[in-house]
Ligand binder design. Structure first.
Ligand code: ZN
Length: 190
């Protein structure tokens, strides 16, 4: 990996609570900012006519915890999730490039449904990072609630239970955050 492979973590992926880069894995608490590889996920909600957005939840999870979680999913659910993404999304890593990633461009539409952000009220954004840097070969992406709703019926009830258990255990938002009424409307670990 060269310096071409990384750039600074955009502020939109900072922790809502601390307004700083996430420093620890939500699940195992390992320190992230030296050389851990990890994923940041943030669920946001827009309100028509307002520019401010609610952060429904946000967290960082190290790759080894994310993979462990995936191993608990049923084989059938994983196959369906993977098939859904293979059908709708070009997930090939980008070749190394000098220019920084254009974040507005990367997050301009739902990566699955290609709906423009202007027309999306609820969505989740994802970034893959290593240490205190963003990994450029996997640019940040945005998934609309509508794509998440397509995915939920593909997932077995056992796997939904795992996801909801994760939500209940780790993602109890602080009081400043808006608690969604239906945790199962959110899908973590895409
Ligand atoms: Zn972890």
């Amino acid at each position: 990996m060269s310096s071409f492979d990384f750039q600074e973590i955009p502020k939109i992926f900072y922790s809502y609570q601390t307004q700083k880069p996430f420093s620890n894995c939500l699940v195992c608490s390992c320190y992230l900012l030296e050389d851990q590889t990890y994923i940041i996920e943030k669920a946001l909600k827009k309100h028509p006519g307002f520019t401010a957005q609610d952060v429904i939840f946000d967290y960082a999870i190290c790759l080894s915890c994310a993979l462990k979680m995936r191993q608990e999913f049923s084989k059938e659910s994983l196959e369906k999730i993977n098939a859904y993404f293979a059908e709708h999304v070009d997930m090939n890593p980008l070749p190394p490039q000098d220019a920084p990633i254009d974040l507005d461009e990367a997050l301009s539409q739902c990566v699955v449904k290609k709906i423009p952000l202007d027309e999306i009220a609820n969505y989740q954004i994802y970034a893959h990072c290593q240490g205190n840097k963003l990994i450029k070969s996997i640019p940040p992406y945005l998934i609309s609630q509508s794509a998440i709703e397509d995915l939920i019926p593909l997932i077995s009830s056992d796997t939904q239970d795992i996801l909801n258990g994760f939500y209940d255990r780790f993602l109890r938002p602080d009081p400043a955050m808006l608690l969604p009424k239906q945790p199962s409307d959110q899908l973590v670990f895409i």
